[in-house]
Design a protein around this ligand. Sequence first.
Ligand code: SAM
Length: 232
Amino acid sequence: LFVDHPLGAGQTVPLDRDQAHYLFGVMRLGPGAVLSLFNGQDGEWDAEVTEAAKRRGTLTCIAQTRPLQEPPDLWLLFAPIKKARTDFIVEKATEMGARRICPVLTEFTNSERVRVDRLQAHAVEAAEQCGGTYVPEVAEPVKLDRLLDGWDPARALMFCDETRIGAADDLPDTLRAPTAILIGPEGGFSPRERDRLRGMDCATGVSLGPRILRADTAAVAALTLWQNAHGD
Ligand code: SAM
């Protein structure tokens, strides 16, 4: 269970209404039950239910069971697409160990409004589901040009470029963490954006194979490729 509260030996953790309903109403837990908690910072803790009411409750931390497992310094930047597919990207990027997830508005981005709070909640659910101890931060959407204007050249940029189809390169060493993967929108990058990316010393255009993938598929494929080559 994810809680937005510090965890430590003997620390008490208050539960909100939804958490109390889930644990006591749905899961039928009561005082004395032990469950696993994480907050994205203090690792994983066993905690005991010490107060169980209908709309509130308290857990008390017993002992740490796992330290924080911070993923490698990998960001996923993606042009938001339809809501359900954007949700999918955030869920899969969390499972695949992205440390930061950032919606990027490109020239051909054509999406509904991005609700960062909803996406952050999806990241929490995905981290709970995959047994992670870390929750990636979902950043506010930012325009690609603005992002590139302030780009730190110490962070490599792996931009997935379907026009490189046929280029079957291994991922170069330059793409070791810290790195950001960039996926374009359904319409792809504009010629101007592609030229700008190609002109950056820290950016590398990468092919994901001979077919044009949907942006959500491309995000999972790129994360897999990077984790296989450079993940730890
Ligand atoms: N507009 C493009 C077209 O129809 O030719 C397709 C864009 S694709 C649906 C969306 C994004 O996924 C691309 O901008 C790229 O970042 C990534 N992508 C899809 N297939 C890829 C491939 N084979 N190699 C590298 N990137 C790919």
